[in-house]
Design a protein around this ligand. Structure first.
Ligand code: HEM
Ligand code: HEM
Length: 201
């Protein structure tokens, strides 16, 4: 069918997310899972060569994540009127609030850590690129704020992500409303939500 081979647009449409949103969504998802995997290994094994590898990459990967997340927020705002709609009901409202919470936490978690890096005595240079110079004395409030919140909010984000993935599974396997196909697969493959699907014959 010619329709199903139509190229996926760069920008979002009301039927599905476009290429840029998908690239950002899946790159950020993979890197965030990497961050959790590394920190879980550190907690499970303690300090050692294996966890050292992950711990050494945590700050540079986190800095890249921060930049990607800022781009994602800007792209979401630019596309906000053309994205798939989640509907007016309770499930739609829950999806909108859930996504808003994911955005808030995915911005807050690396921002707090970067604030601590800014306020720290040590220079911050991910992949050798100098971002913050060393200080004579730490900025206490910045360090304390991130010490208190970075890890805690990160685990909360992890719980929300689990809920998000479970809900995607429920949409896909139980409600079969084409939600997953808005974020993966070729154009034209997505099924319409039940409420607007043509009556089956
Ligand atoms: C979205 C990005 C990030 C995620 C999901 C994330 C996640 C986490 C998690 C789950 C922990 C373990 C907390 C615990 O031990 O209970 C942690 C710790 C840590 N993270 Fe991140 N992180 C991110 C970005 C960053 C960035 C950008 C930096 C530094 C610039 C950073 C620096 C640290 C440090 C120093 C620790 C150990 C101290 C602490 O728990 O606060 N992280 N992170
Ligand atoms: C393997 C893990 C993941 C799967 C299977 C998945 C799947 C999906 C799917 C199918 C959608 C479209 C839902 C809709 O239109 O209602 C979506 C949207 C979304 N996902 Fe995920 N996701 C995953 C991980 C993540 C992670 C790690 C984050 C961020 C922390 C995230 C944040 C979002 C947000 C905010 C949206 C709304 C669209 C947007 O603004 O980009 N997802 N996801």
């Amino acid at each position: 069918m010619a329709h199903s081979r139509r190229a996926l647009p760069l920008r979002d449409t009301p039927a599905r997310y476009g290429r840029v949103t998908r690239l950002l969504h899946w790159t950020i998802a993979a890197l965030i899972l990497w961050q959790f995997l590394g920190m879980a290994i550190k907690l499970a094994l303690g300090r050692g060569p294996v966890s050292g590898f992950f711990v050494g990459l945590h700050q540079p990967v986190g800095a890249v994540l921060f930049a990607l997340i800022v781009l994602r927020v800007a792209w979401a705002l630019l596309n906000r009127r053309r994205r798939p709609d989640h509907g007016a009901g309770l499930v739609g409202t829950a999806a909108r609030l859930g996504h808003l919470a994911l955005y808030a936490l995915m911005l807050a978690v690396p921002s707090l850590a970067l604030l601590r890096a800014w306020g720290s005595e040590r220079a911050f240079q991910p992949f050798g690129v100098r971002i913050f110079a060393a200080r004579e004395a730490p900025v206490e409030w910045a360090v304390k704020l991130a010490d208190a919140l970075h890890g805690e909010l990160a685990w909360l984000l992890g719980v929300l992500i689990l809920g998000h993935v479970v809900m995607v599974g429920v949409h896909h396997a139980m409600w079969r409303d084409g939600t997953l196909a808005r974020m993966v697969g070729r154009a034209g493959r997505g099924r319409q939500p039940r409420s607007v699907a043509p009556p089956s014959t």
